[in-house]
Design a protein around this ligand. Structure first.
Ligand code: AMP
Ligand code: MG
Length: 488
């Protein structure tokens, strides 16, 4: 592609492409018919050192559609493997291209990826394209996660292609520009262990360390330290998901990052009524990725990472396995630590008491039995209005409230302090499923105002004064269970 975009302020580097060639494939985006900007994340653009005006100009939009390359771009499809629903398979970017890594004014290096940019050698039977609805959905939910303070890939823009994509029906096509600390996945390490030999694996591990945890390079056992660090980040991340009622929906090993960011917003959704068995994904028929199973699936995925890293952990395989098991053994405690810390904040607790976990778990059990909305219950407790929850009147809930109140009274903090802590931990606004759907429906008809209103509310999830009532209350319960879809 000869045409380049030179005005937006691209400062692209290509550190990933210095890995051995087995990790990537040089590939140009396939131009689209009529690029049209649907949404641009101006705040994120500025943080990346990009000029929103230039991105909105025709050449900028062409670059976001893959019809032109940003100055300095060297697009590649990344190779990776992964366990999908427990089965190992070769994957790779089948409909996405890394066009480079933007050096942001902060100094951060940020992957810029076009998703839906056409076929690659990893496309298998797929068309390499994406539909508008799912790309806007990823934009909305990933930005909501960011505003919630949860590490995540982000969305810079969505551009309509002017070309149809054929799924179950004919849908408008789109390209999403996704940004990420990197796109290194557990599945990238599985691929390296499988195809890269010890040298390839070592190159990848050294790259991951340099990019995400340079302090680890000084460690006496840097690869063990790498494993430990990913375990720590994922334990923290999954605890954050659990605390806001986020269900990822497709925790395959290719959808778990090394950076600790949430990635892949295909079938994800926020839980309404609290129930650990909640599943939204239409293909997750056995509930492998149900809300309540996420922590253990995290452990399973990390064990796959550890297996891949074994050759680097010790020359003696038995010793390597022992080291890996020891590192993995820490996960459950680290997860519990992050979860309980978050739960204490959700309950307004500054200090620690032995019974705090039981206090939280007993509340959750009551919520489950009374089918209480997860987000709204904590919101009502924060506002000091427990009588608005569906548990009101239940004797056991009355007892629980007494326990909680005396627990609060034992800490030397004012009510106002406790409330502030709770407000910072209990979002008033989350991307409610039906609110997201209504925004997508309007957008499909060309009306972007519904999505813009929703995005504005999602940008300030902890602002109790600004939260619009329509986004706080759960919409009426639908007749049919809510369903989400992968890879659409
Ligand atoms: P995902 O479900 O998004 O994690 O994707 C799993 C794999 O399928 C990845 O290798 C994707 O690149 C690939 N894939 C998903 N959709 C398509 C498509 N429309 N065309 C080509 N490859 C795809
Ligand atoms: Mg994926």
């Amino acid at each position: 592609m000869e045409r380049t975009e030179t005005r937006a302020g691209w400062r692209l580097e290509h550190t990933y492409a210095r890995l051995p060639e087995l990790f990537w494939h040089r590939q140009e985006p396939v131009p689209v018919a009529r690029p049209e900007l649907v949404v641009l994340n101006e705040r994120l653009a500025l943080d990346l050192g990009l000029d929103p005006e230039a991105l909105r100009a025709p050449e900028g939009v062409e670059a976001l559609a893959g019809n032109r390359l940003p100055a300095g771009a060297e697009p590649i499809a990344q190779a990776y493997a992964g366990h999908q629903f427990g089965y190992f398979t070769m994957l790779g970017d089948g409909r996405a291209l890394l066009i480079g890594e933007q050096r942001a004014p902060s100094g951060a290096l940020v992957d810029i990826q076009l998703k839906g940019s056409g076929r690659t050698p990893f496309s298998r039977g797929g068309d390499g394209r994406a539909a508008l609805g799912p790309m806007l959905r990823e934009y909305i939910i990933s930005e909501a996660m960011h505003a919630l303070g949860i590490p995540t890939t982000r969305s810079l823009a969505v551009v309509k292609t002017g070309m149809p994509v054929i799924r179950e029906t004919v849908l408008p096509g789109a390209v999403l520009t996704r940004t990420a600390a990197s796109h290194l996945r557990v599945g990238t390490f599985q691929y390296a262990a499988w195809r890269g030999g010890r040298d390839g694996l070592k190159a990848l591990a050294d790259y991951a360390i340099a990019r995400h945890m340079p302090e680890v390079a000084e460690d006496a056992q840097p690869y063990l330290a790498l494993l430990r660090e990913v375990i720590e980040r994922q334990a923290a991340l999954i605890a954050r998901w659990m605390l806001v009622g986020f269900i990822h929906g497709v925790m395959n090993t290719d959808n778990m990052t090394i950076s600790g960011e949430t990635i892949d917003y295909g079938p994800c959704a926020f839980m309404d009524e609290y129930d650990p068995l909640t599943v939204f994904s239409s293909i997750d028929t056995h509930g492998r990725y149900a809300y309540g199973r996420q922590p253990e699936i995290g452990a399973w995925n990390l064990a796959r990472l550890a297996e891949g890293l074994l050759p680097l952990l010790h020359e003696d395989e038995q010793k390597a396995v022992e080291l890996a098991e020891e590192a993995l053994g820490a996960y459950a405690d680290r997860y519990e630590h992050h979860w309980l810390r978050g739960m204490r904040a959700k309950l307004g607790l500054f200090d620690e008491e032995e019974e705090d976990a039981a206090l939280a778990l007993d509340l959750l059990e009551l919520m489950r039995r009374h089918r209480a909305d997860y987000t709204l219950t904590f919101y009502d407790l924060t506002r000091g209005r427990p009588e608005e929850t569906p548990m009101r009147g239940a004797r056991e809930f009355g007892e629980w409230l007494e326990r909680w109140r005396s627990r609060l009274a034992r800490q030397r903090r004012t009510e106002a302090e406790a409330r502030r802590l709770m407000e910072g931990a209990n979002p008033a606004v989350i991307p409610r499923n039906l609110r997201v759907e209504e925004a997508l429906e309007a957008a499909a008809k060309g009306d972007l105002t519904v999505m813009e209103r929703l995005l504005a509310a999602l940008a300030k999830p902890y602002d109790y004064d600004a939260a619009p009532a329509e986004y706080v209350a759960p919409p009426p319960k639908p007749d049919r269970p809510y369903r989400t879809f992968c890879g659409t």
